[in-house]
Design a protein around this ligand. Structure first.
Ligand code: BGC
Length: 285
């Protein structure tokens, strides 16, 4: 084989290896990591070399299952209980992460809930609960992570950035959603939180971004996609004509957290099979 081809092949192999290890020696905390999109992200980050803390609110067994899966693939993992909407619990969770892993490099603000109701029937408590978990929870975790990133600073052997925060938002940070005013408002809020933090923290070498999934098969929308008529209705809103899998989001999260994405901050990546493309106009307008 000519020398230049051998060199090229070697380079391709090295690149592939570095993708597989793109989060090596880094510590990631994934909120709501025991199921759905969070679980897929936790596992994918583990496979990419990160030590992973899996936050859960009530289902310890599910979280410990994810821990075992990650440990099975040769990586360290722990489960950490906390209701992310409670300041004291969030602070305790970060302390637990530091006790075990010493620091944090990647925060994935994934924990989120829906409590749907027509607007006239929406209770104050359902409004508050969704805002508290989705928006306030993201704020509390981001603040703790940012403190540690700023205090510790950059460790060049680990990453080009001093820290990475990824919000798992939704297409509903942009697409209005009747019957889900609390949820859409929380996601719209996340967008401005993400951008304001990105602007404020960039001088500290902290990257802050969102991934906004479209319809992804998880428990949050199981009731819809499980039934054939729900599945068809959902797919009618997705030009790419398939409902997403949690792994579709996880792959992007790993890449966004890695140095491959080092120049990206303050951005939202829509991973939605084209849901943001006004699918109603696909056949005219
Ligand atoms: C919601 C899902 C919904 C999807 C697309 C997500 O943010 O959690 O219930 O299927 O947006 O509308």
């Amino acid at each position: 084989m000519p020398l230049y081809l051998m060199v090229q092949n070697q380079k391709i192999k090295e690149d592939m290896l570095s993708i597989g290890n793109s989060l090596k020696n880094q510590v990631a905390l994934v909120t709501g990591g025991s199921s759905g999109i969070g679980k897929a992200i936790a596992k994918a980050m583990g496979k990419s070399g990160a030590k992973v803390a899996i936050n859960y609110i009530s289902d310890k067994n599910e979280a410990d299952q994810v821990v075992q899966d990650i440990q099975g693939s040769g990586q360290s993992a722990i489960s950490v209980q906390a209701d992310v909407s409670q300041e004291d619990q969030v602070m305790e969770m970060f302390r637990n992460v530091y006790d075990k892993f010493g620091t944090i490099d990647i925060l994935v603000n994934n924990a989120g809930i829906q409590k749907d109701a027509k607007f006239l029937e929406m209770s104050f408590s359902d409004w508050q609960m969704v805002l508290n978990v989705n928006l306030t929870g993201s704020f509390l975790c981001a603040r703790e992570a940012a403190k540690e990133f700023c205090q510790r600073g950059l460790i060049p052997e680990r990453s080009k950035a001093a820290g990475k925060i990824i919000f798992i938002s939704s297409v509903h940070d942009t697409i209005p959603w009747a019957g889900h005013a609390n949820y859409a408002s929380s996601k719209g809020g996340i967008m401005m939180l993400m951008k304001s933090l990105a602007q404020e923290l960039a001088p500290h070498k902290i990257r802050v971004n969102s991934i906004s999934p479209g319809a992804v098969k998880t428990d949050i929308n199981r009731e819809v996609w499980e039934k054939p008529e729900g599945d068809a209705k959902m797919r009618a809103l997705i030009p790419y004509d398939r409902i997403g899998e949690p792994e579709d989001i996880a792959r992007v999260a790993v890449w966004l957290a890695s140095d491959e994405a080092d120049y990206i901050t303050g951005t939202t990546i829509y991973v939605d099979g084209g849901m943001m493309l006004y699918p109603g106009f696909q056949t005219g307008g």
